[in-house]
Design a protein around this ligand. Structure first.
Ligand code: CA
Ligand code: CA
Length: 188
């Protein structure tokens, strides 16, 4: 077999590079544009960091506890409107947050009554009336006269008080009696 001179071999290699690519059939067709970037949920601001950064939560009502469903992972200075604590069960009502000790007569905007975000609406006070007794130098006993009212509803609430003049009775025993008034139930 005759050997191909080196100069012809080089020419053949150059010619091979100029042959059309059989995989590219749409000569002149521009490739599709890259997909648009995913929109930022936080509306801009400093670049969002990855999940290695601390979690921060949107705090719409400014009570210091954020919405656990609106969480970002962010490194660096905390974003405006965000806090490091989650757990807010009603982020449109600053009365409702973990650790709340007050109870309220008006419910949350969503109609729920859980203000300390423990998942339950506790009636405050929650005891049924169970009679009066004397102890600790005073009349003891208080509670709802009938069944406990629902949150935000009124019912008769009884408190034991000393019967006037009874402390000086001949038998020396103070007597207590329940006095009541309609009371609006509060919940937490
Ligand atoms: Ca909040
Ligand atoms: Ca609660």
């Amino acid at each position: 077999m005759a050997r191909i001179p080196a100069i012809f071999a080089a020419a053949l290699l150059v010619a091979g590079c100029t042959e059309p690519n059989p995989d590219f059939r749409g000569g002149g067709v521009t490739p599709p544009p890259p997909p648009p970037p995913t929109p930022r949920l936080d509306g801009g601001g400093p670049p969002r960091a990855d999940s290695q950064c601390p979690a921060i939560f949107a705090d719409e009502d400014g009570d210091g506890f954020g919405d656990p469903f609106r969480v970002e992972h962010h490194c660096g200075p905390i974003l405006p409107g965000y806090v490091t604590r989650g757990g807010d069960c009603a982020d449109n009502d600053p009365r409702a947050h973990p650790g709340q000790t007050e109870a309220f007569k008006i419910g949350r905007p969503d109609g729920a009554w859980d203000f300390d975000c423990d998942g339950h609406a506790e009636l405050v006070p929650g005891a049924r009336f169970a009679g009066c007794k004397w102890g600790e130098g005073r009349c003891l006993g208080e509670g709802w006269a009938d069944k406990e009212p629902r949150c935000g509803e009124a019912s008769l609430y009884l408190r034991c008080t000393l019967v006037p003049g009874s402390k000086g009775d001949t038998n020396g025993e103070p007597r207590c009696e329940p006095l009541g008034e309609p009371t609006l139930a509060r919940c937490r």
